[in-house]
Design a protein around this ligand. Sequence first.
Ligand code: PGA
Length: 252
Amino acid sequence: MAKMIIAGNWKMFNNIQASIELVSGLKRLVTANPGCEVVVCPPFTSLEAVGNYLKDSPIKLGAQNMHFEENGAFTGEISAEMLLSVGCVYVILGHSERRAIFGESDELINKKIKKALSKNLLPIFCIGETLQERESNITFDVIKKQVTEGLAGISADDMLKVVVAYEPVWAIGTGKTASPAQAQEVHAFIRNLLGQLYNSTVAAAITIQYGGSVKPENAVELLGQPDINGALVGGACLKADSFNSIIEAASK
Ligand code: PGA
């Protein structure tokens, strides 16, 4: 059975002070054993402070991006080692904003996933179709390409450490959520594809999160779908109360 994981992607929000305020609210609300894994992904500048603050808490720390090289002359970039040194356990890779705004390709994302895995950082690998792709009825082709190319050359053993996040681009930050049936259909497709690329054990064990306007009002129904094993939350993770409600929904 796949583990239920709720992750909060803070994006480019919160300086150190605001980060500690948000996470202190969560620490108060998240109980020791919430029945799901909880991950927060603050911006780079807050990682160390949040990591220190969370030391004795079950909440895990994640980053939002990293570079695929070990180190070197890559001005403005952050390496896997650097993330590990501030306590990161997870790293979001291939988010649609990275793909669309910063031109990240499947090939580049594949390099990042491989680097993260070689360092024992757990990738949250994001995939999803745009509205135009959905309306052109090529959602499954797009997902298949992203999965196949993003995971090229990754062994079954390593794959067990990867979390997949299905985030339809048209649902991110728009308030428009995929219906539970729409999300489940794609999640089942992804799991089936993982079964073909790897084997049934891997397919069953992989956490496939849904992301795109997840909020307390829709979390129970989305997380109740058989192939949805968690959520990657943007907007609704920036308030402790709403993020906690989603965590509660996942614990049910
Ligand atoms: P949203 O963002 O919840 O604000 O739609 C999700 C994401 O980008 O991961």
